[in-house]
Design a protein around this ligand. Structure first.
Ligand code: NAG
Ligand code: NAG
Ligand code: NAG
Ligand code: NAG
Ligand code: NAG
Ligand code: NAG
Ligand code: NAG
Ligand code: NAG
Ligand code: NAG
Ligand code: NAG
Length: 681
């Protein structure tokens, strides 16, 4: 890497050169002309790497790698460069020119993503995310004018919501990842033909980005290596004024992001120049990508035999390493302890069922991970696969032991676990497929139909008996820990089945015993859980109470937008009960068509289950008997019921967001805090 003047000095005519120089000097007298080149291997000096980015031992800049899912990588030139002169009244920025060589190496076709960008940004983009956002922005800031980010994206994933044209394109991004303009990656051959380039082929590709501030014209050009000369016609020639986008000082560099599939994104050489043409890269000393699975590089040798031999050697090496890689990728590394547990499925089978965890097969995402649908190749059975990533192996073993024994739990109101598989720190849980999805989409979503009272009552009865089975039907008490509408799934006949049992426990096993980690969902969590941190059958009953009320009332246990006395569902129902207007809380969508006695029973039971003291709540056996009508509900002296801690008007509320739990004080009389939508799709 050397700092050197721009190639303007190579201009053929001296007068022209002077004019150019004077022009630039007059316009940007305060600007220091900046230029740098890295073409014989990157060294960390003068580059700032963050996220997954590394410089390999051979000097290749690797932005992200295939192992890092949902990760970002950034590499920026460490000093900001001056793009604007505040004292200049002409309202133009500096021109700039850059060229770089990159290679995107991906594994199996379905496991690649997401691409990288060349970026000009006001900071080193610390708060950005991977996936479709390519380490350039995050969802909340995507497209915001205050980002002041300019980038050229090399995108290998088709993000339809980003209006991507395909999964192999180059785009001009201003302030966000929805491209202003984009083109299929291609170059213009010497004889004027338009030849497509496969970005993720693993081959080296050179790119040029040139911005002329006077013409306000941006050109992006691509060519595969080796090329005879830079293609005359750029791939993208786009009129844009970067004056409003660029700030006085900006960082230049590369960003990359991966999602649940990932590629190795490499930069092999880079030169950059402000107000001049970027220096041409010398291809003879490029660093080599040292990975075994790298595709064959073109040999520079002209000796035919050597060439043929080398090529053959590399082809063989390539094939062998690909096969090794593929087998490794799909084979299981089964640790000895895992073999002791039943219901284990081979990774290959799950991989095949989900079409390689294809984005198209995603049913939903939630706090615990993504859910895919698929058909198991061995049994032709339609299944739902939950992919749970877990930080570290700590606790995984205990969890696997529990999960596999849960495979023995069988009840018509529990979603049947078909099998499981561990792969590195990822756990795959295979469940029977539930065609009608989760109950909350019927209760709160825009479904094409409303659930009738009979259907709701049947679901409540079913879940109650499923929960009773977990609590009492087995040699040990299984505490569910996360009973709520979004964990209740519906089969084709709209029978309710409780899903995700025990999953919450994984997060307890995985945590450091020093920190109390409470797992559950706001509004369904028993108050004593916050104090003791210990989930019990009685805390499940509390959650079931909240569930009874939400099904009968068609609203969530905590709805912050409601008037203050209605925010907490259970307090509201209790208040209406005391006033003698209990049935006024019933879901309006039922349009008054419900069985009065049953509705009253459900609401009263919901309140009884929500009592503050665990010992006052009924157990699941009593709940089932009451719901079945086997025993009548006796008149309850309302003044004996305590559902809120009256000594302390504050209620602890727990805001639960994907994987973190934050505990905050939440005052039930003055709702100022924002609630977090805790539902899982
Ligand atoms: C790094 O940048 C500084 C100025 O920013 C320059 O003086 C130094 O020569 C550069 N180092 C290398 C190795 O290019
Ligand atoms: C430059 O921008 C300023 C403020 O936006 C404006 O007042 C001025 O007229 C502009 N100058 C030119 C040459 O466009
Ligand atoms: C990044 O986000 C955190 C929290 O959201 C915030 O405190 C921090 O200021 C942000 N940093 C930048 C540079 O925007
Ligand atoms: C991004 O934000 C938009 C609206 O702000 C939202 O509709 C969309 O679901 C979000 N996407 C992701 C992946 O979070
Ligand atoms: C854009 O970002 C700024 C600063 O982060 C913020 O104040 C503003 O509300 C955002 N605008 C939009 C439309 O999101
Ligand atoms: C080159 O070909 C691709 C696909 O064949 C097409 O999408 C693209 O528009 C063409 N580009 C030019 C500049 O003709
Ligand atoms: C961009 O490409 C056009 C041809 O399409 C050419 O006339 C122009 O000079 C180029 N500009 C830059 C800055 O390279
Ligand atoms: C899954 O396996 C079947 C046959 O067992 C095969 O036809 C199919 O191509 C495989 N699919 C994938 C994505 O591997
Ligand atoms: C569900 O009930 C609501 C409230 O009565 C009504 O507005 C809506 O149209 C119903 N939906 C269907 C599909 O019947
Ligand atoms: C209400 C509803 O959507 N019912 C569907 C449940 O699933 C079965 C099988 O897919 C469908 O036939 C029902 O229409």
């Amino acid at each position: 890497m050397a700092l050197s003047p721009p190639n303007a000095l190579l201009c053929p005519s001296l007068p022209l050169l002077l004019v150019v120089l004077l022009h630039h000097l007059s316009m940007f007298h305060a600007l220091t002309t900046n230029s740098f080149i890295y073409d014989d291997g990157f060294r960390p000096v003068n580059l700032t790497l963050t996220g997954e980015s590394v410089i390999t031992s051979s000097g290749v800049l690797q932005l992200t790698n295939r192992r890092g899912l949902w990760s970002v990588g950034h590499a920026f030139y460490h000093d900001p460069l001056q793009f604007k002169d505040p004292s200049d009244a002409s309202n133009t920025t500096a021109s700039f020119s850059t060229q770089f060589i990159f290679a995107i190496v991906s594994g199996i076709e379905t496991l690649r993503g997401s691409g990288f960008t060349f970026a000009v940004a006001p900071s080193m983009l610390p708060n950005t995310t991977g996936g479709d956002y390519l380490g350039l922005v995050r969802n909340s800031s995507n497209g915001n004018f205050s980002n002041h980010v300019f980038a050229v994206e090399f995108d290998t994933v088709l993000g339809t919501w980003l209006r991507d044209i395909n999964d192999n394109h180059v785009g001009v991004d201003i302030n966000g990842v929805i491209s202003d303009t984009s083109q299929t990656a291609a170059y213009c051959t010497d004889d004027g033909k338009n030849e497509t380039i496969d970005l993720k082929s693993g081959k080296m590709i050179q790119a040029w980005v040139d911005y002329n501030a006077n013409e306000k014209l941006l050109n992006v050009t691509l060519a595969p290596i080796p090329f005879s000369s830079k293609p005359i016609r750029p791939l993208i020639s786009y009129s844009v004024d970067l004056y409003p986008v660029l700030l006085d000082f900006m960082y230049v560099g590369f960003t990359s992001g991966t999602s649940n599939s990932a590629s190795d994104h490499y930069i092999l050489a880079w030169s950059f120049t402000i107000n001049g043409k970027s220096q041409d890269l010398d291809l003879s000393n490029l660093p080599k990508i040292s990975k075994k699975e790298v595709p064959i590089w073109k040999s520079a040798s002209f000796l035919p035999y050597t060439t043929a031999f080398t090529a053959l050697f590399f082809i063989m090496l390539g094939i062998i390493s690909y096969l090794v890689y593929r087998t490794r990728k799909l084979s299981d590394t089964v640790e000895v302890w895992e073999q002791d547990y039943p219901h284990r499925l081979p990774y290959r089978e799950i991989f095949n069922a989900t079409k390689g965890f294809s984005e198209k097969e995603v049913l939903g995402r939630g706090g615990f991970g993504s859910v895919y649908t698929g058909v198991l190749p061995s049994s032709r059975m339609q299944v739902a696969v939950k992919r749970v990533s877990h930080n570290g192996k700590q606790g995984l073993r205990e969890f696997v032991s529990e999960v596999s024994s849960m495979g023995r739990l069988r009840h018509r109101n529990l979603v049947q676990l078909q099998g499981w598989c561990r792969r590195k720190e990822e756990l795959l849980l295979v469940y029977e497929f539930m065609p009608n999805g989760s109950l909350d989409t019927f209760l709160f979503g825009e479904k094409e139909r409303n659930l009738s009272w009979e259907e709701r009552f049947k679901i409540l009865n079913g879940i109650a008996s499923g929960l009773l089975y977990l609590h009492e039907g087995w040699e040990q008490v299984v505490v569910h820990r996360d009973v709520k509408a979004s964990n209740v799934l519906l089969d084709a006949q709209l029978n309710g089945k409780l899903g995700d049992f025990g999953l919450a426990r994984l997060y307890e096993h995985g945590t450091d015993p020093q920190t109390t980690h409470i797992v559950g969902t706001v509004g369904y969590m028993a108050p004593e859980l916050l104090i003791t941190g210990k989930a019990t059958a009685s805390s499940d009953v509390f959650s079931f109470g909240a569930f009874l009320l939400e099904v009968a009332c068609g609203r969530r246990p905590v709805e912050i937008t409601r008037p203050s006395d209605e925010v907490l569902l259970m307090s509201w129902v209790f208040m209406c009960w005391k006033r003698g207007e209990l049935l006024s809380v019933i879901d309006e969508r039922l349009e008054m068509r419900y069985v009065k006695a049953e509705a009253e029973l459900v609401l009263k039971l919901g309140v009884l289950c929500s009592q503050l003291k665990p010992e006052d709540r009924p157990n699941m056996r009593q709940v089932v008997q009451l719901l079945n009508g086997d025993v009548p509900l006796h008149e309850v002296p309302l003044e004996n019921l305590i559902i809120e801690d009256d000594n302390d008007h504050d209620q602890l509320a727990v805001a639960y967001s994907s994987s973190d739990i934050h505990i905050s004080r939440f005052c039930s009389s003055s709702q100022t805090e924002k609630s977090t939508d805790t539902s899982r799709k």
